[in-house]
Design a protein around this ligand. Structure first.
Ligand code: ZN
Length: 306
């Protein structure tokens, strides 16, 4: 059995974002139930050992809010977190690692390009490599997540390349430039039951290859950053389109809702939703449209069992 906890559903900045006075952020300050931390999920096959997919800057708050991820009773120092899988090198995917620096052992799984980012930023040396192992993962090679004693977790992961962008803060540097490995999708499966789901929280385009992979899946978490491509520009919040940021829009003919409509996916959940996106407001026309199309926006703490 795979147990999934949505630790956070928002894109970088969270909801509300500290310096944002847009309508969605203002509503979230007024109605705390709308607030959301930055995107990450936790998964477990045994309800005892857990793995995070991405470590958001809100990780400390997310762990405090999630009893399953608290230290086991009777232990002075303990964490049920056995590993973190990174799907890209953006701040909202890696900064939470810095909150995991108190000596507990775990493994970081990431593509070599993302491991290189960690290596070249010396602040990540607070994660001592004697206790925090860093393991490179390859595209289209299935591997099993390991428990701290080296035994198998019964969770198998198959990373694959999706259309995306390299980390923003590397643009224009020698480490920058977009390449395969910058943005990963993951197929995550329970080795015992065979149940599986897909995690594609950053994606610029739904290609025929991606459609083929995810068709018929029981569950897909998918990039929900913006409702429309020019949303940040239209709202006066920024100068970049969703595409320029490496993110597909929810709406439009080539958006996520249309692209995944006929694929026979049983459950579709948006993740990484930017605070400019009015679909975050429960009464909005955008939310109604996506719900009618069979999509959900999860509240932080939402649990899914497969
Ligand atoms: Zn905002």
């Amino acid at each position: 059995m795979l147990r999934i906890v949505v630790l956070g559903a928002a894109a970088g900045g969270g909801l509300p974002q500290w310096n944002c006075g847009c309508q969605v952020c203002r509503s979230a300050r007024q109605h705390p139930r709308l607030q959301s931390t930055q995107a990450s999920i936790a998964i477990s096959a045994d309800d005892e050992h857990w793995f995070l997919i991405n470590a958001s800057p809100d990780l400390r708050q997310q762990l405090t809010a999630t009893p399953r991820l608290h230290p086991k009773a009777g232990h002075l120092r303990h964490s049920p977190i056995a590993g973190v899988i990174l799907t890209n090198g953006e701040v909202d995917a890696v900064a939470g690692l810095l909150s995991m620096r108190e000596g507990s052992p775990f493994t970081i799984y990431a593509h070599a390009r993302v491991l290189a980012i960690l290596r070249s930023n010396s602040i990540f040396n607070v994660l001592n490599e004697n206790s925090v192992k860093r393991k490179a993962i390859d595209m289209d090679k299935t591997f099993e997540l390991k428990l701290p004693d080296g035994s198998g977790s019964d969770i198998e992961v198959r990373p694959f390349a999706v259309a995306g962008k390299g980390a923003w803060y590397l643009e224009g540097t020698t480490e920058g430039g977009d390449a395969d490995g910058d943005t990963l999708g993951l197929r995550i499966a329970d080795k015992i039951t065979g149940q599986y789901f897909y995690f594609v929280a950053a994606c610029a385009q739904v290609t025929p290859d991606l459609k083929k992979r995810i068709a018929g899946a029981p569950l897909v978490f998918f990039d929900g950053t913006v409702w429309r491509d020019d949303e940040l520009i239209a709202a006066g919040l920024g100068t970049k389109t969703g595409q320029r940021m490496g993110h597909i829009s929810m709406s439009a003919d080539n958006g996520a809702i249309a692209a995944l409509a006929e694929l026979g996916i049983a459950r579709k959940i948006f993740l990484h939703i930017n605070n400019s996106n009015h679909a975050l407001l429960p009464e909005s026309a955008e939310r109604k449209t996506l719900e009618q199309a069979g999509w959900q926006i999860p509240a932080d703490g939402t649990e899914v069992i497969l």
